[in-house]
Design a protein around this ligand. Structure first.
Ligand SMILES: [Zn+2]
Length: 284
């Protein structure tokens, strides 16, 4: 998911210009990551209009922090962290709309990112992985996304979120294990149960919780355990999903809205007013 970053010298110029209040320089600085940040926010919020508002709020917040605290070397990771924070602070009053699920294809794959590119044609697997990711809450999903889709290391995430690396490492490890185990158990139950008489018999009893039954069975059955380990990890599939395309004109309109904001006198008032303004600005 890497964006084409500006050459180092050019980037340093942009950083220096941004620091003295050049909004156009900041637009140029965030430009390579615009699609990636939109993808992160949209996949976290799963609502295009909300994602556009969150994106604007995140960029404005990042701008203010940049001006107050100075540049960061890893601008991309820093932007993603701000985008995640903006998404998590947005009111959770709306759930993903069905029309969005139909209109947007969250499961298109960049096959080259898969260790076995042929898996990219397995639409049922893609849907299963995405449905499992969607079942996570926004905080967990976005943390997992930073790691498996933005390729940010534990240390980088910890630094940008201001949390201990050990804490992030444990959370990510649990998240990855949970998602991989959930998808693997479902695949075992739906695609490989007939390879093991024991598992087939247990599932033939229509257990109330199929995944729990499979997990318990796998602990005792090395054959099924090996089968499960041969499935492509769900986190690898999640990392291979193509970037969601931002709505036509959003990039230009976001930049235009950002450039026309006048400097506020006090940062404490500016933060509130900017967030509100960012939410209200239409992007169509
Ligand atoms: Zn078995």
């Amino acid at each position: 998911m890497e964006a084409a970053a500006a050459p180092l010298v050019r980037r340093e110029e942009l950083v220096a210009q941004t620091r003295i209040g050049d909004r156009q320089a900041f637009v140029t600085l965030y430009e390579p990551d615009f699609d990636g940040v939109f993808d992160l926010v949209l996949r976290t919020m799963r609502d295009r209009e909300v994602a556009a508002a969150v994106l604007r709020a995140a960029l404005e917040k990042a701008w203010n922090v940049f001006r107050e605290q100075g540049a960061t070397y890893d601008v991309s990771g820093w932007l993603y962290a701000h985008a995640r924070e903006a998404a998590l602070s947005f009111p959770a009053k709306r759930r993903p709309a069905a029309r969005d699920r139909e209109a947007l294809d969250y499961t298109q794959v960049e096959c080259k990112r898969l260790s076995d590119p042929s898996c990219g044609f397995d639409k049922d697997l893609m849907e299963l992985v995405w449905d499992t990711a969607v079942a996570l809450d926004r905080e967990d999903y976005s943390l997992l996304d930073l790691h498996v889709r933005r390729d940010l290391s534990v240390e980088t995430i910890a630094e940008h979120l201001g949390l201990p690396a050990d804490q992030i490492k444990v959370r990510l490890s649990r998240l990855c294990d949970s998602v991989n185990d959930s998808v693997g158990a479902t695949l075992l139950a739906t695609r490989a149960r007939h390879n093991c008489a024991g598992l087939d018999a247990e599932l033939s009893g229509f257990p109330s919780n199929v995944r729990r039954t499979v997990r318990r069975h796998v602990q005792e059955c090395s054959h099924c355990r090996e089968t499960k380990e041969r499935f492509v990890p769900a986190t690898e599939v999640l990392g291979s999903f193509a970037l969601m395309t931002s709505p036509p004109g959003l990039r230009e309109q976001t930049a235009h809205a950002f450039l026309r904001i006048k400097p506020a006198r006090r940062s404490s008032r500016r933060r509130g007013s900017v967030l509100l303004r960012a939410r209200l600005l239409p992007y169509r």
